[in-house]
Design a protein around this ligand. Sequence first.
Ligand SMILES: [Zn+2]
Length: 140
Amino acid sequence: MIKYILECKKQHKFESWFSNSNEYEKLKKRKLLKCIFCNSYSIKKSIMSPKVLNSSFKNNYEINSLKEIKKVKKELLKLRKYVEKNFKFVGDSFAKEVREIYYDKKNKKNIYGSTTKKEREELEGEGIDLNTIPWVDKEN
Ligand SMILES: [Zn+2]
């Protein structure tokens, strides 16, 4: 989108949005552009400000989402540290270990590791609830 400040021959100024610069030319040629104050068709472009508008909007947006990502990542790192500290890592044998814990009620321990999609579905079928957490890298 491009915003043009349009000006008629009586110096009325008003803003108008176009999908691109060609659209402005097209509408002007077809006499579809007129002054919103005096209905004059003698319209010209005044100050053009799309670049400033667009880039500042984009930058703000990017800064905000970057901040959000950092915030979320920090939380996930905290979660990762908590799991690493309080849970036993069992790696690929997670599905096997989890069953042992689930069926041996006395053996309550916290473990973490990885499962295949198939293993996870099998465990779910057995009524074993798993939590999957996003595992973020500590670097960057
Ligand atoms: Zn006018």
